[in-house]
Each structure stands twice: as structure tokens, then as C-alpha cells.
Write a protein that binds this ligand. Structure first.
Ligand code: NAD
Length: 490
């Protein structure tokens, strides 16, 4: 492993995300040698804390990860330092500036600076502006910004945020986190498509009937109720994760597998996504909110949720791409809380043979062939399966569906880095492939804004689905109307 050199300044260092994900990700990079002697992390948040107390906090966060050598966690934590800081006070940035300069010297980080914003998004713009104004950027190494979601709550607020960031950072210095892009099997979409003639040659409207993307959660809102009630599934899951997955499924083959070339194709794909009129949106989008049942309380009864809340905890939709490859092929997507199970999967449904020579010609209802389905299991299991038709063993001639499948072994899965580990490393390397560009985010918001506006005007009939189901009946009707079914159903 080549060591990455940098001073990382983390805003929100005592937050939930930092403690649950970020320190463990950095520790794993340290264990693998991607971080070694020449890095330091300066944590900041409002709380007062000494360096020693912060190092203790970091050690606590990584205590479940096995050391590969004695004293490793302690050595790692010696790279961590802390300064209390109120991001709204310009004078506080001078303190950070001096500390970063000292750490740069002490650890020999060649002037490389990575700023990571992991706090309430209303501060993102302020922090970026102050980083420049108060002179925190370095003149010799790189300056990069990693920024957590959400990136705005509609196109206008996202644009405003982006304009603010742009005053300090160029597009190629900004890394917008979408942790779904760090998942092994989301990245595998590209390997599967562009590494296999038998897949990519069929990857179009001549052979594909429809594509289904499901991001299903078993949990309800839990502790995030306050945030969630203000956001909803459309903003929280569709605008970002679903759009990014769909863009990878729909994009053309990039000229090369570099971040610049991949981005160009994702942007092109999102540009050809049909932006609905309000009446098209009403016809092609379904929303839901979970009721009480199966031993859990209704969404509206959760702590921190408005008892009259019209926030959707479920979305299903039909998306259409207006381009040569996809014209006429619906992409059905859905996501929700309190569903039957926790999983993410993609089902690619191929067209049936035009003529079924195995069917009994005297019996019109005899339809023996099933559709071929390629399923990509993103999580919790990782792998893919292809459903084919084969002859049923024995006398006579009938067909049955059989499955070719590849599932990653537990040891493969252990090898695969967690999304945050991968994304941290990518940002340190300056690789944008697995981050969302401004143009992608802008197209995604423009698409989603139409739906949001419509839903904000019309009062929903909530609650409308039972915990443990796969969402409201209207989600099944969305496909039934087209003569189709969700491949994954209860
Ligand atoms: P959190 O509320 O747990 O932590 C916020 C941090 O910001 C704390 O360290 C707090 O001290 C600091 N802070 C708040 N106001 C400040 C101020 N004025 N000056 C200085 N510091 C201040 O939040 P979190 O859950 O860690 O989330 C951080 C970011 O990550 C958010 O953008 C969130 O949307 C995103 N995110 C979180 C999760 C998650 O699982 N927690 C998942 C995905 C994305």
C-alpha cells in the first residue's frame, strides 16, 4: 500500500457518524498501510476536550476492530488532535489554521489538506467560506473537501450550497459522499456490464423488459425522527442513492474507467431521464407511510414526529429514460422503512422469447417460459443470480426456471472495505469515481422537485401500509397497470 499524506480536519468530530463510521474507516486504512506515519487528524466540534480525551474517544470508537499488532490502536490514536471551535465564529478559524500548520510540520504531510464536513448541513456553506477567508488552505499540497449528505433539500438550496462551496473549492476538489457508491456490489454493476459481452450486448430495450431497484429497510425512523420528518424518503433515499444506482445501470460505456469519463456518462444518463409533468408525476409515483402493526407503533406516533405528519416513509416510482438504449423500458424503483426485510437488490427482467415453441398450441393459457432475470444482490448478501429456463428432468418436455448464482463468501466479504473506508481512501487519492458530481446532483434534484411540489400540495391518505409488508397496495398496482410484477414480493 502507498501511504497517503495529509492533515484531515474533521468538522463534527464528536458526532454520531464520526464515532460510528469515520474513525473505524481510518483505522482500517491505517492497518492496511494507506495511512501510516504522515497523517494527522484535527477534530473539531463545539465541546471542549483535550487531545488526550479525544484520543480516548477515538480509541473507544475503534475498540471492536481487532489489532493486527500490539499497541496498534494506541499508536493510531496518537495522530488525533482536537480543538473546540464554533463554526459560525470567524476568529475561531485562526486557531485551527495555526494548529493545522503545526501538524503539517510535525507529521510531514507535504501541505496536503482534507477538510471533512460531518455536521448539520446548514453549516457547510459557512465553513467553506471561512476556510478560504481565514486562510486555512495550503499553497503547496492539495486542498480537498469531503461533504456529507444531504446536499440541499431541493434544487435551489443545493445550488445555493454549491455556489458557496465553489467560492472556495473547484469541482475537482469537492467530494460529495453518497455511501451507496462505496458499496462493493454497486461498484460491481460496472464490472458486470462492461466486463461481460453476454451481459452488455443484451443491455438495452431490445432485450430488457424492465429494471427494478429496491432499497428496503426493516427499521423505522428510530432516533432520527426529527430529521426524517422534515425530509422523507424522496429526499433521503430517492434523490441521492436511487438516482446514483439508476445512473450506473442506465449509462453508456465510458471511454475509460477513470473518474472523468465515468462522470460524463452518468451525467448524460441523468440528462435523458424524463422529467415528469405534475400529472405524469402523479401517475408514476406512489408514496406511503407506515401504520401501527406487527408489534410496532405507527410512524405518526414515533417520538419527534408530528402526529398529523404527511411525510412519506415509502416511495415507489416508474422512471423513463428518453434515449436510444432505453426508450420504452421502465425502471421501477422503491424504498421504504418498516418493510419486510433489510436488503438492497437490483432485478433486471429480460424479455421472453417472441415465440414460445414449448407451449401447447391448443391451450392459449399455457405459458411455460419464465422471464430471464438477472439479480444483483447488493446487501446484506453480495453477488448475483441469473434465472434461466431449462428442461425439467424426466419424460415429456416441460421447462422450469433454474438459477445460476454467485454469492461472495464470508471471507470475500471480510476483504471488502466498508463504504466509508473506500470513500476516505478515494478522497485521499483524489479519485472522484465514487462521488456525486454537481451536475448529477442538479439533474436529480430537478427531477425530484416536481414530485415534491406535487406532494406538498396534495394531502396524502396516510397511514397506508402495514409494518412488515412491502409497502402500500398502490406500489404493486404501479406495475400491475403495465402487466408486470415486482420480482421480489412476499
Ligand atoms: P451529530 O448531530 O451526531 O453530530 C454533529 C457534530 O457537529 C457534533 O460533533 C457537534 O458538536 C458538531 N457541531 C454542531 N454544531 C456546531 C457548531 N456550531 N460549531 C461546531 N461544531 C458543531 O450528526 P451526525 O449524525 O454525526 O451527522 C453528521 C453529518 O453526517 C450530517 O450531515 C448527516 O446528515 C450526515 N450523515 C449521518 C449519518 C449517520 O448515520 N449519523 C448517515 C449519513 C449521513
Amino acid at each position: 500500500a502507498t501511504e497517503n499524506k495529509a492533515v484531515i480536519t474533521l468538522f463534527g468530530a464528536t458526532g454520531d457518524l464520526a464515532k460510528r463510521k469515520l474513525y473505524t474507516a481510518l483505522f482500517k486504512l491505517y492497518q492496511k498501510g494507506y495511512l501510516a506515519d504522515h497523517f494527522a487528524l484535527l477534530g473539531t466540534s463545539r465541546h471542549e476536550m483535550s487531545d488526550e480525551e479525544f484520543q480516548k474517544l477515538v480509541q473507544d470508537s475503534i475498540k471492536d476492530i481487532e489489532e493486527t499488532r500490539n499497541g496498534e490502536a494506541a499508536d493510531f490514536s496518537k495522530h488525533f488532535f482536537y480543538k473546540a471551535h464554533d463554526v459560525t465564529k470567524p476568529e475561531h478559524y485562526t486557531i485551527l489554521k495555526d494548529r493545522i500548520a503545526e501538524l503539517d510540520k510535525q507529521f510531514g504531510t507535504d501541505g496536503n489538506r482534507l477538510f471533512y464536513m460531518s455536521m448539520a448541513p446548514q453549516f457547510f456553506g459557512t465553513i467553506a467560506l471561512n476556510l478560504k477567508k481565514q486562510g486555512l488552505l495550503s499553497d503547496d499540497g492539495f486542498n480537498r473537501l469531503v461533504i456529507e449528505k444531504p446536499f440541499g433539500r431541493d434544487f435551489d438550496s443545493a445550488k445555493k450550497l454549491n455556489d458557496e462551496l465553489s467560492k472556495t473549492f473547484d469541482e475537482d476538489q469537492i467530494f460529495r459522499i453518497d455511501h451507496y457508491l462505496g458499496k462493493e456490489m454497486v461498484q460491481n454493476i460496472q464490472a458486470l456490464r462492461f466486463g461481460n459481452t453476454i451481459i452488455e450486448s443484451l443491455w438495452n430495450n431490445r432485450y430488457i423488459d424492465n429494471i427494478q431497484v429496491t432499497l428496503s429497510e426493516k427499521l423505522g425512523v428510530e432516533e432520527r425522527a426529527g430529521y426524517y420528518d422534515n425530509s422523507g424518503a424522496l429526499r433521503d433515499m430517492v434523490q441521492n442513492h436511487i438516482m446514483q444506482i439508476v445512473a450506473q445501470l442506465a449509462m453508456e460505456q465510458p471511454v475509460s474507467f477513470t473518474d472523468t469519463d465515468v462522470r460524463v456518462e452518468k451525467i448524460k444518463a441523468l440528462r435523458s431521464l424524463r422529467v415528469y409533468t405534475p400529472s405524469e408525476a402523479a401517475a408514476n409515483f406512489v408514496r406511503g407511510q407506515y401504520d401501527a402493526g406487527n408489534g410496532t407503533e405507527a410512524y405518526r406516533d414515533a417520538d419527534g414526529v408530528d402526529p398529523e405528519s404527511g411525510t412519506e416513509t415509502f416511495v415507489a416510482a416508474k422512471l423513463l429514460f428518453d434515449n436510444y438504449r432505453w426508450s420504452g423500458v421502465p425502471f421501477y424503483v422503491r424504498t421504504g422503512k418498516k418493510l419486510a426485510d433489510k436488503f438492497t437488490r437490483i432485478d433486471v427482467v429480460f424479455k421472453k422469447p417472441l415465440i414460445d415453441i414449448f407451449a401447447d398450441p391448443r391451450n392459449e393459457s399455457d405459458q411455460s417460459l419464465n422471464s430471464n432475470v438477472l439479480t444483483i444482490f447488493v446487501e446484506p448478501k453480495s453477488g448475483f443470480a441469473m434465472q434461466l429456463n431449462a428442461k425439467r428432468a424426466g419424460q415429456g418436455f416441460t421447462t422450469q426456471p433454474v438459477n445460476l448464482s454467485y454469492l461472495q463468501s464470508d471471507s470475500d466479504k471480510k476483504e471488502a472495505p466498508e463504504p466509508y473506508e473506500r470513500l476516505f481512501h478515494d478522497a485521499l487519492e483524489g479519485n472522484h469515481t465514487n462521488f456525486a458530481s454537481w451536475a448529477e446532483i442538479a439533474y436529480a434534484w430537478k427531477f425530484v422537485d416536481v414530485i415534491r411540489k406535487l406532494w406538498d400540495i396534495e394531502k396524502p391518505q396516510f397511514p397506508n401500509y402495514t409494518p412488515g409488508s412491502m409497502g402500500p397496495a398502490a406500489s404493486d398496482e404501479l406495475l400491475a397497470r403495465d402487466g408486470r410484477k415486482w420480482v421480489y414480493r412476499l
